[in-house]
Design a protein around this ligand. Sequence first.
Ligand SMILES: NC(=O)c1ccc[n+]([C@@H]2O[C@H](COP(=O)([O-])OP(=O)(O)OC[C@H]3O[C@@H](n4cnc5c(N)ncnc54)[C@H](OP(=O)(O)O)[C@@H]3O)[C@@H](O)[C@H]2O)c1
Length: 262
Amino acid sequence: MLKDKVAVIYGAGGAIGGAVARAFASEGARVFLAGHHRPSVDAVADDIVSAGGCAEPATIDALDERAVDRHLQYVAGRAGRLDISFNAVGIRKPEALGVALVELDAEQFSLPITTYTKSNFLTARLAARRMVPNKSGVIMTVTTLHSRTGLPLVGGLGPAMAAVEALTRDLSAELAPHGIRVVGLRPQAMPETVTIREAYERRAKASGLTWDQFHGALASTTHPRRLMTLAEMANVAAFVASGKASGMTGTTVNLTMGSLDD
Ligand SMILES: NC(=O)c1ccc[n+]([C@@H]2O[C@H](COP(=O)([O-])OP(=O)(O)OC[C@H]3O[C@@H](n4cnc5c(N)ncnc54)[C@H](OP(=O)(O)O)[C@@H]3O)[C@@H](O)[C@H]2O)c1
């Protein structure tokens, strides 16, 4: 589906970024992996290369405009163009989770809002500048169901995720006339990821539940009574990034398997 496409994945050393990078590469894309700390990004690149794919790791702070720009300059020099930009950057700050909003420090509340909006804005804007001259490209974001439903003890994550989904729509409104699609993915929670394990454990404890009880309660809210796997999410990402999804822009794909109605 992505033969010879050039993709940059931010947060590529993480659970979602790594799974998406592997899926993009297995569909034929040449992937440039932008990660925060090198060992995890190198591990994803090694996997892809040993499976016969094409991947180049780099250390990039996705909140540093100049670093993102320099890296895209490098990608353009190496590959000649940019087709897909996928932002899977995530901050794990579990200290804000499990704390009631009335008790939460203002800095801790604001951190996800400023981090997610700034990082998605910067990576999308700098990618779009490379895509507009080619009149083609796909920019992708990741959110969670906190964007659309009230949940207790999650700090500023709800406003942060709602803002990223609004940014996804607004970017599309401006960029789709130039041939660039902007689409988000909204998975609920993939229990095999460290992010979810950490987040659930704190929220489970604050709710007086064990991890298994909390996991079971969440799974029971989905129609198939289970949570999604990383591989399932990454397969959707590859489809959305491909030309087969050419009719899709200005939206966030609901991957909550029935937990959240549209
Ligand atoms: N996991 C889930 O089930 C799930 C479900 C729905 C939505 N989401 C959302 O998806 C996103 C990613 O989740 P995840 O589970 O993949 O998290 P993760 O495993 O912690 O991955 C996030 C990655 O982002 C990197 N990162 C953090 N700050 C960065 C920066 N300034 N510049 C570049 N990279 C940076 C981290 O690098 P370092 O670790 O090296 O700092 C890490 O590799 C989050 O927004 C999360 O809320 C996750």
